[in-house]
Design a protein around this ligand. Structure first.
Ligand code: NAP
Length: 369
């Protein structure tokens, strides 16, 4: 299969670096252009990027094929000039990303975004390819409302914490239903980006509030676990109560999750549902798909970010301490925020689209097949 050309908006940041890492040797996708903010335009990637992706335990240098690439302006014009691009990835701050996502889709590009800019739009699917590819059926309505040209479409990725929670909840929802969820996240520092957090504020400290995160965790979970019916995405109706806390950990968001199920079951049943959970990326053998999206640990003291964040290259969510408590159950969930909660998920989404066929008509046919 001919490789599909991609652009990375914001290639130098926490998420952008993981895009570079995931895409450097991808068999389906080929980086054609990388961008950053004004001051870095024209510079070699390796000369102006403090490479942190390796400190997330991946042990890699900047890939050779990218180290010498020059950074371009973050604009639609630059993407067009680069040529050969079909998918635009955004790893930009939300306020910078919003207009660019629309401009790119209007110009006929697929947009796969890590920014929250358009996640709340009912016509924009929040794609987790193991869970809700049926939500892509909203795209014809999106294209028609926004008059996107060619194959233009916007797909958003969930927030990093939500990515872990929904994967752990999906097999439970499918097997025994869910009545309610109460979740407290312990989120790592890299979740704020490389320049987003003051070292003075977080050293030896715990911050009990992360602006905007609790609402994202609640609303995005409902959207992703909802059903596509009657031409729209109908949110899941069980309530999600959330608290989001910043902790002095480099990579990996932990989530302490209490939930009540709709039907009777035991902790062993829940573990079995999660262990055997697979989705379309696994069936299709997509290059970035882990063999199992959820790894269940039996030890009392797992998962831990230090030991488990890179499970299956950071693409599996790790669940532990599944136990009965009160009227429901409790478990710990760990997600690699810049990989499964970040660029890894976006790349998996793009691989899914690439395999299904980017062309609009081919894509529609494969959806109804
Ligand atoms: N960090 C996470 O765990 C995580 C997880 C999921 C989603 N997200 C979302 O992903 C996006 C990127 O997050 P991040 O953590 O990677 O942030 P980051 O480390 O601060 O990186 C931001 C990137 O955007 C570029 N940029 C910033 N302002 C720009 C401007 N005005 N024009 C052009 N480029 C600009 C930066 O380039 P320079 O290097 O030149 O400044 C850098 O490449 C955000 O929307 C975030 O909410 C983050």
């Amino acid at each position: 299969m001919k490789k599909i050309g991609v652009a990375i908006f914001g290639a130098t940041g926490a998420i952008g670096q993981q895009f570079v890492r995931f895409l450097a040797n991808n068999p389906l996708l080929d980086i054609r252009i990388i961008t950053a903010s004004k001051d870095k335009i024209g510079k070699r990637y390796a000369d102006c990027t403090s490479w942190y992706a390796e400190t997330s335990g991946n042990g890699l240098e900047i890939p050779d094929s990218i180290a010498g690439m020059h950074l371009s302006e973050t604009s639609l014009a630059a993407v067009k000039e680069a040529g050969g691009v079909e998918i635009v990835f955004s790893a930009l701050p939300s306020d910078v990303s919003r207009d660019l996502e629309f401009q790119s889709a209007e110009a006929g590009f697929w947009v796969v975004s890590k920014a929250s800019s358009n996640r709340r739009d009912p016509l924009v699917p929040l794609l987790v390819p193991e869970i809700n590819t049926e939500h892509l059926q909203i795209l014809p309505a999106q294209r028609s409302k926004y008059k996107f040209g060619g194959n233009g479409a916007i797909i958003s990725d969930p927030n990093c914490t939500t990515s872990g929670l929904v994967l752990a909840l999906k097999p439970i929802l499918d097997n025994v239903g869910i009545k309610r969820v109460v979740v407290t996240s312990l989120q790592s520092m890299s979740g704020a980006g490389y320049t987003g957090l003051s070292p003075v504020a977080i050293t030896d400290n715990v911050l009990p509030f992360i602006s905007g995160e609790e609402i994202k965790l609640r609303d995005e979970t409902a959207k992703i676990l909802g059903k596509f019916q009657d031409g729209k995405i109908n949110n899941a109706t069980f309530p999600v109560y959330s608290s989001c806390i910043r902790v002095p950990v480099d990579y990996g968001h932990m989530e302490d999750v209490y939930f009540e199920t709709g039907n009777e079951c035991g902790a062993e049943d829940l573990k079995r549902f999660m262990k055997r959970f697979r989705g379309e990326p696994q069936e299709m053998g997509l290059p970035s798909a882990p063999d199992c999206p959820i790894v269940v640990r039996e030890e009392e003291n797992r998962p831990q970010p230090k030991l488990d964040v890179n499970t299956n290259h950071g693409m599996s969510v790790v669940v532990g301490r599944v136990r009965e408590q009160g009227e429901g159950f409790r478990m710990m969930v760990l997600v690699h925020n810049t990989v499964r909660g970040g660029a890894g998920m976006a790349v998996l989404n793009a691989e899914y689209l690439a395999k299904k066929g980017l062309d609009k008509m081919a894509f529609k046919e494969s959806l109804s097949a």
